[in-house]
Write a protein that binds this ligand. Structure first.
Ligand code: PLP
Length: 426
């Protein structure tokens, strides 16, 4: 098996053999598949096996892999040069497109990753308010900046490390961690620190503890508490932005944040992030204001071309209805297949993201319910699906992503594989 050989080789040269921990299959065991190419809904590994892909490069591949419009835009941009380190028209077009699609982003700035976006947004919120503390939620992940690696979800959680060595305690002493979908925990934090909290940062649909939608009133409650205490609300839409709808989760749930962070889809598969929001807050950034933030490759013309091609393509009427319908069919199909075999399974889905939980609870909406799921059933199910050519996220703490390229054949293949897998789990 070429993947096994490459993994062995990789582990001598790259820590864990991977450039991002969750790819090493720590959460499920076994050999990660080394990928040679991708097209539409499929990944092809170095052993020539095809997989229906529900990771989509961890979110960006909303249109499916290797989409002709994005490929074309990238190739044309490459012809004009790879990077200039000077302003370009395409950056203006990108900022204006974001402004139009997400009206809360009155101004925006491009960066190179979601981590940079959240890190910069928090610095800006702190600088603007003159306050140090901020609130995040257990099970939400906002990238790997020091102050955010506190009871982090996703990769760190899968590795059983709620926070990381190398982050000095002093660097996280202003990070307050509350409970997702529990407004009382946020009220308590504000009551303890009424004039010290600069911002609340939240994934509007938590996608780093599987897929947990906000309960009705939760996001509205955060908005109201931020207003009451003079803190900024940051919606981290790195994952949900343009995945749950054309206006992101903020449009879907009707919440106007002060700042938004984006990544993944806005890069069309290239390394891109962005943060933006209220004009008066954004104008606190250098060179207009005093808060420093910069980037050698920020707004890179090739990345902008890929991202803009994506943002143009997703404005096609009916696209998000079709995506949500595919996602619902997959999530509900998984539940029905589990029921046929007497396996308790809870599901969630919003727009193009879904979750499934080996849980006896009828619905899962809290972090502690996610950690209480049957992880050994998940691991067995994972490998049964992988063997049948269905590539799910190799961790029970990650959301599933559907693309427009997932057609009837792929959905049927997935649900048929799930039926056989659940039968073997009994
Ligand atoms: N915010 C959220 C909600 C994410 O899911 C992620 C990554 O998965 C990040 C931020 C960090 O983004 P990146 O991996 O591009 O640094």
């Amino acid at each position: 098996m070429h993947s096994a050989r490459l993994f062995e080789q990789a582990r001598h040269a790259i820590p864990g053999g991977v450039n991002s921990p969750v790819r090493a299959f720590n959460g499920v065991g076994g050999t990660p598949r080394f990928i040679e190419r991708a097209d539409g809904a499929y990944l092809y590994d170095v052993d020539g096996k095809a997989y229906v892909d529900y990771i989509g490069s961890w979110g960006p591949m909303l249109l499916g892999h290797n989409h002709p419009l994005i490929k074309q835009a990238v190739l044309e941009a490459v012809e004009r040069g790879l990077s200039y380190g000077a302003p370009t028209a395409i950056e203006v077009e990108m900022a204006e497109t974001l402004q139009r699609l997400m009206p809360s982003m009155e101004m925006s700035r491009m960066v190179n990753s979601g981590t940079e976006a959240t890190m910069s947004a928090i610095r800006l919120a702190r600088g603007y308010t003159g306050r140090d503390k901020f609130i995040k939620f257990e099970g939400c992940y906002h990238g790997h900046a020091d102050a955010l690696l506190v009871k982090a979800g996703s990769g760190a959680l899968t590795l059983g490390q709620p926070s990381s060595p190398g982050v000095p305690a002093d660097f996280v002493k202003h990070t307050l961690t509350c409970t997702f979908n529990d407004l009382a925990s946020v009220e308590a934090a504000f009551a303890d620190y009424p004039i010290e909290i600069a911002c609340v940062i939240v994934e509007p649909v938590a996608g780093n503890m599987n897929c947990i939608p906000p309960e009705p009133g939760f996001l509205e409650g955060l908005r109201a508490l931020c207003d009451e205490y003079g803190a900024l609300l940051i919606l981290d839409e790195v994952m949900t932005g343009f995945r749950v709808g054309l206006q992101g989760a903020q449009g879907h749930y009707g919440i106007r944040p002060d700042l938004t962070t984006l990544g993944k889809i806005i890069g069309g598969g290239m390394p891109v992030g962005a943060f933006g929001g209220r004009r008066e807050v954004m104008e606190y950034l250098a060179p207009v204001g005093p808060v420093y933030q910069a980037g050698t490759l920020s707004g890179n013309p090739v990345a902008m071309a890929a991202g803009l091609a994506m943002l143009k393509a997703i404005q096609q009427p009916g696209l998000y209805e079709a995506l949500a319908d595919k996602t619902r069919r997959i999530a509900e199909g998984l539940k029905q297949a589990a029921e046929r075999h007497g396996i308790p399974l809870a599901i969630t889905h919003v727009g193009g993201m879904f979750g499934f939980f080996f849980s006896r609870e009828p619905s899962v909406s809290r972090f502690e319910q996610v950690t209480a799921c049957d992880m050994s059933a998940f691991r067995r199910f994972y490998h049964l699906m992988l063997e049948q050519g269905v590539y799910l996220a190799p961790s029970a703490y990650e959301a599933g992503f559907v693309s427009l390229a997932h057609g009837d054949a792929e959905i049927e293949k997935t649900l048929h594989a799930a039926d056989l897998a659940f039968a073997q789990l009994r």
